[in-house]
Design a protein around this ligand. Structure first.
Ligand SMILES: [Zn+2]
Length: 299
């Protein structure tokens, strides 16, 4: 019950000027947030992407990051069996991107932005025990050899790559950069003009390279859904997503957390979500999987 006679004044130390500076910055942050808020055509959800960050800016950052990664990690011979299998999965998914985007956008009564038109896709398998894969903005894809025994089959590999490609198509990196800009405003870091080394590393991190800045959970859910539709449309078996995530959960029990397991504290929720999406995925399969592409459907 003792009272500190000096304690009552704590927390009221704002000078008038300091308060006004904070109010002005808060107003600017609010303006920045509202003026950059749009509805994503592919998910129907509200997103905040700085209008000054174009897909071309993202692509340039992605390319720069990819080149740096390829100097640090050894890519497998593109003619090796694993590299060719991964390449085929990626190509089949990429071929379905325009149709699946149109279908998703029409569910929300919108037009797909088709950012993939500006992409220069590339696929590499990197020699590493990490259970991981990523797709950078601009379409630069990498799969670590450590993922191969966990994926086990082409259907599961398609689910993982569909997920990673969806992060790039949904511009989740630009969303994260925008959040960073808001943080910078908050920290009064001054006007951030151009992309510096730190921002590039941040993009690399959010796209799965490293573990510093995982995707937000909502972004993970969006990538799961769109990725599943892509895999199904490309004639892969979407049902393989369930045992895949079970294996992934087991694999992530160790020290290295894969990007796609990083922000889901409850893997059961993810599996439930995927199970709920299964009828839609099978619908996408019947609509878009045509022709002789179903060779990989059996494990
Ligand atoms: Zn992810």
């Amino acid at each position: 019950m003792r009272q500190d006679p000096t304690g009552t004044r704590r927390g009221f130390g704002f000078g008038g000027l300091r308060l006004w500076v904070l109010v002005l910055f808060a107003a600017y942050a609010g303006y920045y947030w509202f003026s950059n808020r749009t509805t994503d055509a592919l998910t129907g959800e509200k997103v905040v992407i700085d209008k000054n960050i174009s897909p071309q800016d993202e692509k340039a950052l992605g390319l720069q990051a990819y080149q740096e990664i390829l100097t640090q990690e050894q890519p497998l011979d593109p003619n090796s069996q694993i590299a060719q299998q991964v390449h085929e999965v990626a190509q089949r998914l990429i071929a379905k991107v325009p149709e699946v985007e149109d279908a998703l956008a029409s569910e929300h009564g919108m037009q797909a932005p088709h950012v993939e038109k500006s992409f220069d896709w590339a696929v590499n398998v990197l020699q590493s025990d990490q259970v991981n894969a990523f797709c950078l903005p601009g379409g630069k894809i990498a799969v670590y050899t450590g993922l191969v025994p966990v994926a086990q089959n082409a259907d599961a590999m398609a689910v993982v790559l569909g997920h990673e490609i969806s992060h790039a198509l949904l511009r989740h990196g630009a969303q994260r950069l925008t959040e960073q800009k808001l943080e910078q405003i908050g920290q009064m870091a001054g006007a951030a003009s151009g992309m510096d080394q730190n921002q590039m590393q941040a993009v690399m991190a959010v796209y799965g390279y490293g573990h510093a800045l995982p995707y937000a959970r909502k972004q993970e859910t969006q990538a799961d859904e769109m990725g599943l539709m892509l895999a199904a449309a490309a004639c892969y078996n979407p049902r393989e997503a369930i045992p895949l995530w079970q294996r992934m959960t087991e694999a992530s029990g160790g020290s290295g957390q894969p990007e796609f397991a990083s922000t889901h504290p409850n893997p059961g929720t993810r599996i439930q979500n995927l199970q709920a999406l299964m009828p839609k995925a099978l619908d996408y399969q019947s609509r878009f999987c045509k022709g002789a592409g179903s060779a990989a459907a059996a494990p």
